[in-house]
Design a protein around this ligand. Structure first.
Ligand code: 5GP
Ligand code: MN
Length: 336
């Protein structure tokens, strides 16, 4: 690991920089990546944000969005940029598998690699990191990186602030998860002071659904929600046909799992969805229950204790059965 002074030296002169984040980026991924982009361009760096895949259209308003390159849609141009980058910043992920086939391209470059992340168990591919699992969002760490590490809070303008606000808002469940400490609120206040329009951002992200998305949510809650009272668990499993019936696009399934967790007494909630290539699971839990352990042990995934994800190459029905078969082992934790 390189000393922070050397990092500052490196960033003192304009560089070719690629910023990347995990596949199917969420608000924290896009907020952290574009927050860094809007900071670094002010310092004269040549910066490109490359996302491994597409992302929800309700993040399209974010400053710098027009310059983002989506790896799967523009692979050749992205590979050229990655290979000529002097610095690659990886944010909101810490294992190269999280950026799909882009991971190997990034791994083999000689670029200086920076990790800014809040997930458990980081891989060892970086040269410098700002990593803290207690941070409510990677965007909080990007704020600290700019304000405290680089000591350049004056560069947190309206564009940077709007992106970082989005990251903190989305990853903290709109400031309600236990990770939303008083210092998170202080950072958030600084972002609002720097120009982030909190009410507008909330509306752009959360009150921006298509009719079919809302009807899909209704369908999930009335037709697909299954409660397993003896395990304090609720799950929703949807087929590919159901996704097509409701014309579901990237981002439309975001947040559905939280409704299952909002039922009184429910400790573990799962949203299990049949994507084209695999089954994707989103788990949410309350308190000490380790949703990430289940994802890691059984579904080739991971995440945080209370919010984790994974996938399966079995059928949807088999995946649901597997999920249910795991619960007896965790019964004690689930019912305490
Ligand atoms: P979501 O359920 O919203 O897709 O993801 C919840 C959390 O789990 C996020 O913090 C995300 O980074 C993490 N996560 C989701 N899917 C995976 C996965 O396949 N592998 C790992 N390591 N983490 C995941
Ligand atoms: Mn995050």
């Amino acid at each position: 690991m390189v000393e922070t002074a050397a990092l500052k030296d490196l960033l003192a002169k304009p560089k070719q920089i690629v910023v990347t984040t995990h596949h199917k980026p969420d608000g924290d991924a896009m907020g952290s990546a574009l927050g860094l982009y809007n900071y670094l361009i002010q310092k004269g760096h040549h910066v490109t944000v490359i996302t491994p895949t597409d992302y929800p259209q309700f993040f399209d308003w974010m400053p710098g969005n027009g310059e983002v390159i989506i790896y799967t849609e523009n692979t050749e141009a992205a590979n050229i940029l990655i290979n000529k980058a002097e610095i690659i910043i990886c944010t909101d992920f810490n294992a190269l598998g999280r950026i799909n086939e882009m991971g190997e391209v990034v791994r083999q470059t000689s670029a200086f690699k920076i990790m800014i992340d809040h997930h458990l168990e980081p891989e060892d591919f970086d040269d410098w990191r700002w990593w803290n699992i207690n941070a409510c969002a990677s965007a909080q760490l990007v704020y600290e990186f700019i304000a405290d590490v680089m000591q350049e809070p004056q560069y947190i303008n309206k564009d940077v602030a709007s992106c970082l606000y989005t990251g903190i808002m989305t990853d903290s469940g709109s400031f309600r998860f236990p990770s939303t400490t008083s210092s998170v609120h202080r950072i958030t206040a600084a972002l609002i002071d720097a120009g982030a329009d909190n009410a507008r951002i909330h509306q752009l992200v959360y009150d921006n659904s298509s009719e079919s998305r809302l009807r899909f949510l209704g369908f999930c809650l009335s037709e697909k929600l299954t409660i397993l009272p003896e395990y304090h668990t609720a799950y929703i499993a949807v087929t590919h046909e159901e996704l097509e019936r409701y014309e579901i696009i990237t981002g439309d399934t975001e947040g559905v799992v939280n409704f299952a967790l909002s039922i009184t007494g429910i400790k573990l909630a799962a949203f299990i969805v049949e994507r084209t290539d695999k089954i994707k699971l989103s788990l949410r839990s309350r308190g000490e229950f380790p949703a990430n352990e289940i994802c890691k042990r059984f579904f080739s995934g991971g995440g945080h204790r209370n919010a984790a994800g994974g996938s399966s190459t079995d059928t949807l029905a088999e995946t649901v059965e597997k999920f249910k078969s795991i619960l007896p082992e965790y019964k004690k934790l689930l019912i305490q």
